[in-house]
Design a protein around this ligand. Structure first.
Ligand SMILES: [Zn+2]
Length: 382
């Protein structure tokens, strides 16, 4: 690919370093398009003004995005559930005294046509549970909750690559791109370079990642350490990593929208599923109703929204920038359609949705988005 789009506009957060150059030039090949019309909203330093500017940009983008049409195909692969503190998931609005709730990791396969007309495959959030279990936070949670569930035991369960092959009939070697909404508790080495002499799970895939996630990994802040795996990218060759400066449209019906806050390089995977509408994959809230708290089935969530006049309830484990995370959730809901799971609930396809469990009696979602499996995956043998 020799033709290059003009240098992408760099959407900087107000406190982004002005002196540090991006890890790669922020030029994009013709197959992808930058979305400065979204990212430029983050240049506004005054948070109240920024919120309304970003919301308006999201609404304008939504109309154009939907007009492009849906992705070719979309599939959902459920992975393992994991425990998570209620006080993080509902931040200032915990429903009761339960300490932990359960969320379920979920992985998605997207087949789409890029802007040069090629069919491409994107694998979203293929977390390796046993590697994630080694992150500081999960290591202590496991000791407290399920000391017998060691990473070795978890590692015997099929991971996303095996499920991809067995359930969808898709060869992991056919995956073009891998992305995560953010890199909390992720370790990319097994997927991209292999471990213990074994070949990588996705030998031909490149990682699409915001460059701020890469910069975070260069030196972790103490408040970040429990949530990050410092060695996550050790040994991964530079040509397997595509460092993104901000939001990008990957092709028809799919975009990575920079949604900083939960982490500085967080991005939401916005997709148009044929027959279902426009959705965003995100961990900014742990259930779709966290984006419309006044409609929630959980009283504490409704009351919190009314008392403080807020329109979202954040998943607040790390809050690298709380005001930005709130604004990012508003951006997400300004882009997606509403009502797939009922009412006026925004179509947020949580990357790790809250699920009911005996760990947290009385805490469950009122609105659940049914698994999304639409369109055609051409390479599937299933
Ligand atoms: Zn996270």
């Amino acid at each position: 690919m020799t033709s290059r789009a003009p240098r992408a506009t760099v959407g900087a957060m107000p406190r982004d370093s002005a002196t540090r150059p991006p890890l790669v030039p922020a030029a994009l090949p013709a197959e992808r398009r930058a979305l400065p019309e979204l990212d430029d909203g983050w240049r506004e330093a005054r948070p109240g003004f920024r919120l309304e500017d970003v919301r308006a940009r999201g609404e304008a983008f939504a109309r154009r995005f939907k007009a492009d049409g849906p992705v070719r195909g979309f599939r959902t692969i459920d992975l393992l559930p994991f425990p998570y503190p209620v006080a993080f998931g509902f931040w200032q609005a915990p429903p009761n005294r339960a300490k932990y709730l359960l969320m379920r990791n979920r992985c998605n396969l997207v087949e789409f046509e890029d802007w040069s007309g090629r069919a491409r495959t994107l694998l979203v959030n293929p977390s390796e549970a046993d590697l994630s279990a080694r992150a500081g936070f999960f290591e202590q949670a496991r000791r407290e909750l399920t000391p017998f569930l060691t990473p070795e035991v978890v590692g015997r369960v099929d991971g996303p690559a095996a499920r991809l092959r067995k359930r969808l009939g898709v060869d992991p070697a056919k995956i073009d791109f891998v992305t995560f909404d953010h890199l909390h508790v992720q370790d990319l080495r097994r997927g991209l370079v292999g471990e213990g002499g074994r070949p990588p799970l996705y030998p031909n895939a490149r990682l699409l990642v915001n460059r701020r996630e890469l910069e975070t990994l260069q030196r972790l802040h103490p408040l970040q350490r429990p949530w990050w795996i410092a060695e996550a990218l050790d040994g991964v060759p530079a040509d397997r990593i595509v460092a993104l400066e901000g939001s990008v449209s990957l092709g028809k019906g799919v975009a990575l929208v920079w949604t900083p806050g939960h982490t500085l390089g967080n991005h939401s995977i916005v997709f148009h599923a044929g027959g279902r509408g426009v959705f965003a994959i995100s961990e900014n809230g742990i259930a779709p109703e966290c984006y419309e708290p006044r409609a929630s089935g959980l009283r504490s969530v409704r009351e919190h929204a009314a008392r403080y006049g807020v329109e979202v309830v954040m998943n607040g484990n790390a809050l690298e920038s709380a005001l930005s995370q709130y604004t990012s959730m508003v951006l997400e809901k300004s882009i997606v359609d509403r009502g797939d799971c009922g009412g006026e609930i925004p179509n947020i396809y949580c990357s790790s949705p809250l699920v009911r469990s005996p760990l947290a009696w009385g805490i469950g979602p009122k609105y659940v988005i049914a698994p999304i499996d639409t369109g055609v995956i051409a390479m599937s043998l299933a």
